[in-house]
Design a protein around this ligand. Structure first.
Ligand SMILES: [Zn+2]
Length: 403
Protein backbone atom coordinates (compact mmCIF):
# COMPACT_ATOMS: atom_id res chain seq x y z
CA UNK A 1 0.00 0.00 0.00
CA UNK A 2 2.73 2.43 0.98
CA UNK A 3 4.56 2.10 -2.35
CA UNK A 4 1.39 2.76 -4.33
CA UNK A 5 0.84 6.04 -2.45
CA UNK A 6 4.35 7.46 -2.48
CA UNK A 7 4.30 8.99 -5.96
CA UNK A 8 0.84 10.62 -5.68
CA UNK A 9 1.11 14.39 -5.34
CA UNK A 10 4.84 14.40 -4.66
CA UNK A 11 6.63 17.52 -5.87
CA UNK A 12 9.84 16.37 -7.56
CA UNK A 13 11.80 19.53 -6.72
CA UNK A 14 11.07 19.66 -2.96
CA UNK A 15 10.35 15.97 -2.37
CA UNK A 16 7.31 17.08 -0.35
CA UNK A 17 3.63 16.42 -0.95
CA UNK A 18 1.12 18.87 -2.38
CA UNK A 19 -2.13 17.02 -1.86
CA UNK A 20 -4.82 19.70 -1.74
CA UNK A 21 -8.55 19.29 -1.39
CA UNK A 22 -10.64 18.84 -4.52
CA UNK A 23 -7.68 18.93 -6.92
CA UNK A 24 -6.72 16.20 -9.44
CA UNK A 25 -4.24 14.83 -6.86
CA UNK A 26 -7.08 14.55 -4.32
CA UNK A 27 -9.12 12.56 -6.85
CA UNK A 28 -6.18 10.16 -7.34
CA UNK A 29 -5.99 9.66 -3.56
CA UNK A 30 -9.74 9.05 -3.39
CA UNK A 31 -9.43 6.48 -6.18
CA UNK A 32 -6.56 4.83 -4.29
CA UNK A 33 -8.70 4.63 -1.12
CA UNK A 34 -11.64 3.16 -3.02
CA UNK A 35 -9.44 0.57 -4.73
CA UNK A 36 -7.87 -0.54 -1.43
CA UNK A 37 -11.31 -0.87 0.15
CA UNK A 38 -12.77 -2.76 -2.80
CA UNK A 39 -9.82 -5.17 -2.85
CA UNK A 40 -10.87 -6.08 0.68
CA UNK A 41 -14.52 -6.45 -0.24
CA UNK A 42 -15.42 -3.30 1.72
CA UNK A 43 -18.18 -1.01 0.48
CA UNK A 44 -17.20 2.63 0.02
CA UNK A 45 -19.44 5.63 0.45
CA UNK A 46 -18.74 9.34 0.28
CA UNK A 47 -20.77 11.28 2.83
CA UNK A 48 -22.36 14.67 2.17
CA UNK A 49 -19.09 16.46 3.08
CA UNK A 50 -16.72 14.46 0.91
CA UNK A 51 -15.41 12.18 3.68
CA UNK A 52 -14.83 8.61 2.47
CA UNK A 53 -16.02 5.62 4.53
CA UNK A 54 -15.10 2.00 3.80
CA UNK A 55 -17.22 -0.55 5.69
CA UNK A 56 -16.43 -4.04 6.95
CA UNK A 57 -19.73 -5.28 8.31
CA UNK A 58 -20.50 -8.30 10.52
CA UNK A 59 -21.70 -11.32 8.53
CA UNK A 60 -25.42 -11.08 7.87
CA UNK A 61 -25.62 -7.42 8.96
CA UNK A 62 -28.48 -5.47 7.44
CA UNK A 63 -29.60 -1.87 7.65
CA UNK A 64 -27.58 1.22 8.43
CA UNK A 65 -24.42 0.51 10.49
CA UNK A 66 -24.54 1.44 14.19
CA UNK A 67 -21.92 1.76 16.94
CA UNK A 68 -19.04 1.05 14.56
CA UNK A 69 -15.37 0.88 15.42
CA UNK A 70 -14.06 3.63 13.14
CA UNK A 71 -10.42 4.29 12.40
CA UNK A 72 -8.57 6.29 9.74
CA UNK A 73 -7.17 9.77 9.21
CA UNK A 74 -6.72 12.02 6.17
CA UNK A 75 -4.96 11.83 2.80
CA UNK A 76 -4.45 15.54 2.06
CA UNK A 77 -1.27 17.43 3.02
CA UNK A 78 0.13 20.83 3.83
CA UNK A 79 2.26 22.46 1.09
CA UNK A 80 5.39 20.29 0.85
CA UNK A 81 4.17 18.02 3.61
CA UNK A 82 5.64 14.69 4.62
CA UNK A 83 4.54 11.23 3.52
CA UNK A 84 3.24 10.05 6.91
CA UNK A 85 1.02 12.82 8.27
CA UNK A 86 -2.45 11.43 7.53
CA UNK A 87 -1.77 8.52 5.16
CA UNK A 88 -0.07 6.49 7.93
CA UNK A 89 -3.38 6.34 9.77
CA UNK A 90 -5.26 5.11 6.72
CA UNK A 91 -2.64 2.58 5.61
CA UNK A 92 -2.47 1.31 9.22
CA UNK A 93 -6.27 1.04 9.35
CA UNK A 94 -6.41 -1.18 6.27
CA UNK A 95 -3.40 -3.14 7.59
CA UNK A 96 -5.12 -3.68 10.94
CA UNK A 97 -8.12 -5.15 9.11
CA UNK A 98 -5.76 -7.44 7.17
CA UNK A 99 -4.17 -8.57 10.45
CA UNK A 100 -7.54 -9.38 12.01
CA UNK A 101 -8.60 -11.30 8.94
CA UNK A 102 -5.31 -13.22 8.96
CA UNK A 103 -6.24 -14.28 12.50
CA UNK A 104 -9.74 -15.22 11.20
CA UNK A 105 -11.35 -12.64 13.47
CA UNK A 106 -14.92 -11.81 12.45
CA UNK A 107 -16.30 -8.46 13.66
CA UNK A 108 -19.38 -8.45 15.84
CA UNK A 109 -19.81 -4.70 15.29
CA UNK A 110 -19.27 -2.76 12.05
CA UNK A 111 -15.73 -1.58 11.28
CA UNK A 112 -15.06 1.48 9.12
CA UNK A 113 -11.96 3.07 7.67
CA UNK A 114 -12.50 6.79 7.12
CA UNK A 115 -10.55 9.35 5.10
CA UNK A 116 -11.61 12.82 6.21
CA UNK A 117 -11.70 15.47 3.51
CA UNK A 118 -9.48 18.57 3.63
CA UNK A 119 -7.95 18.06 7.09
CA UNK A 120 -4.99 20.39 6.64
CA UNK A 121 -6.93 23.28 5.17
CA UNK A 122 -4.01 24.00 2.83
CA UNK A 123 -6.21 25.21 -0.02
CA UNK A 124 -9.10 27.06 1.68
CA UNK A 125 -7.42 28.18 4.90
CA UNK A 126 -9.59 26.36 7.44
CA UNK A 127 -8.47 23.01 8.86
CA UNK A 128 -10.63 19.88 9.28
CA UNK A 129 -13.33 21.10 6.89
CA UNK A 130 -14.76 17.60 6.30
CA UNK A 131 -15.06 16.65 9.96
CA UNK A 132 -16.08 20.15 11.09
CA UNK A 133 -18.95 20.18 8.59
CA UNK A 134 -20.07 16.72 9.75
CA UNK A 135 -20.16 17.68 13.43
CA UNK A 136 -21.75 21.05 12.66
CA UNK A 137 -18.76 22.98 14.04
CA UNK A 138 -18.46 24.69 10.63
CA UNK A 139 -21.63 25.96 8.97
CA UNK A 140 -22.24 25.20 5.28
CA UNK A 141 -22.55 28.95 4.57
CA UNK A 142 -19.12 29.71 6.00
CA UNK A 143 -17.46 26.64 4.45
CA UNK A 144 -18.86 27.14 0.97
CA UNK A 145 -17.73 30.76 0.83
CA UNK A 146 -14.10 29.96 1.77
CA UNK A 147 -11.76 30.95 -1.06
CA UNK A 148 -8.51 29.44 -2.26
CA UNK A 149 -5.45 31.47 -3.35
CA UNK A 150 -6.88 31.82 -6.87
CA UNK A 151 -10.18 33.20 -5.60
CA UNK A 152 -12.23 30.02 -6.20
CA UNK A 153 -14.77 29.24 -3.48
CA UNK A 154 -15.19 25.81 -1.94
CA UNK A 155 -18.68 25.75 -3.48
CA UNK A 156 -17.13 26.23 -6.93
CA UNK A 157 -14.47 23.60 -6.25
CA UNK A 158 -17.14 21.10 -5.18
CA UNK A 159 -19.23 21.82 -8.27
CA UNK A 160 -16.14 21.37 -10.50
CA UNK A 161 -15.53 18.06 -8.72
CA UNK A 162 -19.06 16.93 -9.62
CA UNK A 163 -20.35 17.32 -6.06
CA UNK A 164 -23.45 19.23 -5.05
CA UNK A 165 -22.56 22.04 -2.60
CA UNK A 166 -26.17 22.06 -1.41
CA UNK A 167 -25.63 18.65 0.18
CA UNK A 168 -22.90 19.91 2.52
CA UNK A 169 -23.77 20.10 6.24
CA UNK A 170 -24.00 18.37 9.62
CA UNK A 171 -24.18 14.58 9.36
CA UNK A 172 -27.25 13.35 11.28
CA UNK A 173 -25.93 9.75 11.17
CA UNK A 174 -22.58 10.47 12.80
CA UNK A 175 -23.37 9.87 16.48
CA UNK A 176 -25.46 6.78 15.75
CA UNK A 177 -23.00 5.19 13.35
CA UNK A 178 -19.72 5.83 15.19
CA UNK A 179 -19.28 3.90 18.44
CA UNK A 180 -15.67 5.02 18.78
CA UNK A 181 -13.17 6.80 16.50
CA UNK A 182 -9.52 5.81 16.99
CA UNK A 183 -7.07 7.78 14.82
CA UNK A 184 -3.49 6.59 14.42
CA UNK A 185 -1.08 9.39 13.48
CA UNK A 186 2.65 9.88 13.13
CA UNK A 187 3.87 11.83 16.14
CA UNK A 188 4.64 15.45 15.30
CA UNK A 189 7.23 15.92 18.00
CA UNK A 190 10.03 13.96 19.67
CA UNK A 191 8.40 12.77 22.89
CA UNK A 192 8.40 9.08 21.89
CA UNK A 193 11.96 9.26 20.65
CA UNK A 194 13.04 10.74 23.97
CA UNK A 195 11.13 8.00 25.84
CA UNK A 196 12.51 5.30 23.49
CA UNK A 197 9.02 3.90 22.83
CA UNK A 198 7.37 3.15 19.46
CA UNK A 199 3.72 3.94 20.26
CA UNK A 200 1.75 6.30 22.53
CA UNK A 201 -1.86 7.08 23.25
CA UNK A 202 -3.11 10.67 23.28
CA UNK A 203 -4.35 12.49 26.38
CA UNK A 204 -5.29 15.88 24.94
CA UNK A 205 -4.97 18.35 22.08
CA UNK A 206 -3.84 21.87 22.91
CA UNK A 207 -6.25 24.67 21.98
CA UNK A 208 -4.99 26.36 18.82
CA UNK A 209 -5.98 28.74 16.08
CA UNK A 210 -5.11 30.87 13.08
CA UNK A 211 -5.35 34.65 13.06
CA UNK A 212 -4.94 36.86 9.99
CA UNK A 213 -3.00 40.07 10.65
CA UNK A 214 -3.32 42.75 7.98
CA UNK A 215 -0.58 45.39 8.18
CA UNK A 216 -1.21 48.46 5.99
CA UNK A 217 1.21 51.24 5.00
CA UNK A 218 1.96 53.13 1.80
CA UNK A 219 3.61 51.74 -1.35
CA UNK A 220 6.51 53.79 -2.60
CA UNK A 221 9.81 53.66 -4.47
CA UNK A 222 12.45 51.59 -2.62
CA UNK A 223 15.20 53.85 -3.95
CA UNK A 224 13.92 57.40 -3.82
CA UNK A 225 11.73 57.44 -0.69
CA UNK A 226 13.56 58.92 2.29
CA UNK A 227 13.63 56.58 5.31
CA UNK A 228 11.91 59.23 7.41
CA UNK A 229 9.04 59.46 4.91
CA UNK A 230 8.28 55.77 4.73
CA UNK A 231 5.20 53.98 6.08
CA UNK A 232 6.52 50.44 5.71
CA UNK A 233 4.19 47.66 6.98
CA UNK A 234 7.00 45.10 6.55
CA UNK A 235 8.78 46.69 9.51
CA UNK A 236 5.66 46.41 11.66
CA UNK A 237 5.24 42.80 10.62
CA UNK A 238 8.90 41.98 11.36
CA UNK A 239 8.56 43.41 14.86
CA UNK A 240 5.37 41.41 15.37
CA UNK A 241 7.15 38.20 14.32
CA UNK A 242 9.82 38.80 16.99
CA UNK A 243 7.21 39.75 19.60
CA UNK A 244 5.23 36.57 18.86
CA UNK A 245 8.29 34.46 19.56
CA UNK A 246 9.10 36.34 22.76
CA UNK A 247 5.54 36.14 24.12
CA UNK A 248 5.21 32.45 23.17
CA UNK A 249 8.30 31.68 25.27
CA UNK A 250 6.90 33.72 28.17
CA UNK A 251 3.63 31.72 28.06
CA UNK A 252 5.20 28.23 27.57
CA UNK A 253 3.29 28.16 24.29
CA UNK A 254 4.09 28.42 20.57
CA UNK A 255 3.31 31.16 18.05
CA UNK A 256 4.33 31.20 14.40
CA UNK A 257 3.94 33.52 11.46
CA UNK A 258 4.26 30.97 8.63
CA UNK A 259 2.43 32.52 5.69
CA UNK A 260 2.62 35.99 4.16
CA UNK A 261 0.97 37.77 1.28
CA UNK A 262 2.85 40.92 0.28
CA UNK A 263 1.28 43.64 -1.85
CA UNK A 264 2.53 44.62 -4.40
CA UNK A 265 5.34 42.09 -3.78
CA UNK A 266 7.95 43.96 -5.80
CA UNK A 267 11.67 43.73 -5.02
CA UNK A 268 12.08 47.50 -5.54
CA UNK A 269 8.91 48.69 -3.81
CA UNK A 270 8.02 49.45 -0.21
CA UNK A 271 4.94 47.28 0.33
CA UNK A 272 1.51 48.80 0.84
CA UNK A 273 0.13 45.80 2.66
CA UNK A 274 1.24 42.61 4.38
CA UNK A 275 -1.19 39.87 5.27
CA UNK A 276 0.42 37.52 7.78
CA UNK A 277 -1.10 34.42 9.34
CA UNK A 278 -0.37 33.71 12.99
CA UNK A 279 -0.67 30.13 14.21
CA UNK A 280 -0.76 30.03 18.02
CA UNK A 281 -1.16 27.09 20.42
CA UNK A 282 -1.08 26.85 24.20
CA UNK A 283 -1.69 24.30 26.98
CA UNK A 284 -5.06 25.88 27.88
CA UNK A 285 -7.56 28.31 26.40
CA UNK A 286 -6.95 31.13 28.86
CA UNK A 287 -3.23 31.13 28.03
CA UNK A 288 -3.97 31.07 24.31
CA UNK A 289 -6.31 34.07 24.60
CA UNK A 290 -3.75 35.96 26.66
CA UNK A 291 -0.96 35.13 24.21
CA UNK A 292 -2.81 36.32 21.10
CA UNK A 293 -4.00 39.37 23.07
CA UNK A 294 -0.47 40.55 23.90
CA UNK A 295 0.85 39.83 20.40
CA UNK A 296 -2.01 41.89 18.95
CA UNK A 297 -1.52 44.74 21.45
CA UNK A 298 2.21 44.88 20.67
CA UNK A 299 1.50 44.89 16.92
CA UNK A 300 -0.86 47.84 17.40
CA UNK A 301 1.78 49.70 19.37
CA UNK A 302 4.42 49.04 16.70
CA UNK A 303 2.01 50.13 13.99
CA UNK A 304 1.50 53.45 15.77
CA UNK A 305 5.30 53.93 15.94
CA UNK A 306 5.74 53.02 12.26
CA UNK A 307 2.76 55.14 11.07
CA UNK A 308 1.16 51.99 9.68
CA UNK A 309 -1.96 50.14 10.81
CA UNK A 310 -2.79 46.59 11.79
CA UNK A 311 -5.98 44.59 12.08
CA UNK A 312 -6.14 41.04 13.52
CA UNK A 313 -9.01 38.64 12.81
CA UNK A 314 -9.49 35.08 14.04
CA UNK A 315 -9.90 32.73 11.07
CA UNK A 316 -10.37 29.54 13.06
CA UNK A 317 -9.95 28.75 16.73
CA UNK A 318 -10.15 25.19 18.05
CA UNK A 319 -10.83 24.66 21.76
CA UNK A 320 -8.78 22.30 23.92
CA UNK A 321 -9.66 18.63 23.54
CA UNK A 322 -9.36 16.27 26.50
CA UNK A 323 -9.72 12.76 25.16
CA UNK A 324 -12.17 10.84 27.36
CA UNK A 325 -10.84 8.26 29.84
CA UNK A 326 -13.04 5.39 28.71
CA UNK A 327 -11.67 4.57 25.27
CA UNK A 328 -8.13 5.52 26.35
CA UNK A 329 -8.09 3.16 29.34
CA UNK A 330 -9.55 0.41 27.17
CA UNK A 331 -6.79 1.00 24.59
CA UNK A 332 -4.11 0.89 27.30
CA UNK A 333 -5.52 -2.44 28.53
CA UNK A 334 -5.68 -3.81 24.97
CA UNK A 335 -2.02 -2.90 24.38
CA UNK A 336 -0.64 -4.00 27.76
CA UNK A 337 0.19 -7.57 26.73
CA UNK A 338 2.18 -6.68 23.60
CA UNK A 339 3.34 -3.14 24.31
CA UNK A 340 3.56 -2.88 28.09
CA UNK A 341 2.95 0.52 29.64
CA UNK A 342 2.13 2.79 26.71
CA UNK A 343 3.03 6.47 27.22
CA UNK A 344 0.11 8.93 27.40
CA UNK A 345 0.95 12.22 25.67
CA UNK A 346 -0.72 15.54 24.82
CA UNK A 347 -0.17 17.04 21.37
CA UNK A 348 -0.12 20.58 20.03
CA UNK A 349 -1.33 19.43 16.59
CA UNK A 350 -4.99 19.48 15.58
CA UNK A 351 -6.71 16.34 14.28
CA UNK A 352 -10.11 15.17 13.05
CA UNK A 353 -10.27 13.05 16.23
CA UNK A 354 -10.36 16.32 18.19
CA UNK A 355 -13.22 17.67 16.07
CA UNK A 356 -15.21 14.44 16.38
CA UNK A 357 -14.69 14.35 20.15
CA UNK A 358 -17.61 16.76 20.62
CA UNK A 359 -20.01 14.14 19.21
CA UNK A 360 -18.54 10.65 19.73
CA UNK A 361 -15.90 8.97 21.94
CA UNK A 362 -12.49 9.43 20.31
CA UNK A 363 -8.91 8.38 20.99
CA UNK A 364 -5.57 8.58 19.23
CA UNK A 365 -2.44 6.48 18.84
CA UNK A 366 0.88 8.09 17.95
CA UNK A 367 3.77 6.37 16.15
CA UNK A 368 7.33 7.45 16.91
CA UNK A 369 8.86 10.13 14.70
CA UNK A 370 12.64 9.91 15.28
CA UNK A 371 13.36 13.56 14.44
CA UNK A 372 10.00 15.05 15.38
CA UNK A 373 9.97 16.85 12.02
CA UNK A 374 6.52 17.15 10.43
CA UNK A 375 4.79 19.40 7.88
CA UNK A 376 8.07 19.06 5.96
CA UNK A 377 9.45 16.71 3.29
CA UNK A 378 11.88 15.49 5.98
CA UNK A 379 9.12 13.95 8.10
CA UNK A 380 10.02 10.33 8.80
CA UNK A 381 9.02 7.18 10.65
CA UNK A 382 10.91 3.89 10.62
CA UNK A 383 9.16 1.02 8.87
CA UNK A 384 9.59 -1.14 11.98
CA UNK A 385 7.69 1.48 14.03
CA UNK A 386 5.00 1.80 11.34
CA UNK A 387 4.49 -1.97 11.50
CA UNK A 388 4.28 -1.83 15.31
CA UNK A 389 1.76 0.99 15.01
CA UNK A 390 -0.45 -1.05 12.68
CA UNK A 391 -0.12 -4.02 15.04
CA UNK A 392 -1.12 -1.83 17.99
CA UNK A 393 -4.15 -0.59 16.06
CA UNK A 394 -5.03 -4.21 15.23
CA UNK A 395 -4.85 -5.13 18.96
CA UNK A 396 -7.18 -2.24 19.76
CA UNK A 397 -9.54 -3.09 16.90
CA UNK A 398 -9.67 -6.76 17.92
CA UNK A 399 -10.41 -5.84 21.54
CA UNK A 400 -13.43 -3.83 20.35
CA UNK A 401 -14.86 -5.92 17.58
CA UNK A 402 -13.87 -9.60 18.01
CA UNK A 403 -16.74 -11.98 18.69
ZN1 LIG B 1 -2.46 14.90 10.12
Amino acid sequence: MWDSLLAVGRDPSSGGYRRFAWTPVDFMLRDWFTAEAQQRGMTVEEDRNGNLWAWWLPAGATGDPRDAFVTGSHLDSVPDGGAFDGPLGIVSAFTAIDLLRADRIEPRVPVAVVAFSDEEGARFGVACVGSQLSTGALTPERALSLRDGDGATLAEALRTAGRNPEHVGADPNLARRVGVYVELHVEQGRALDLLDKPVAVASAIWPHGRWRFTFCGAANHAGTTRLADRRDPMLTFATAAHDARRWAAAHDAVATFGKLRVTPNGANAIPSRIEAWLDARAPDEETLRALVGVITADAERSAANDRTSVRAEAESVSPAVLFPDEPRLRIQRALAADFGDVPVLPTAAGHDAGILSTKVPTAMLFVRNPTGVSHSPDEHAEITDCRLGARALACVMASWVAR
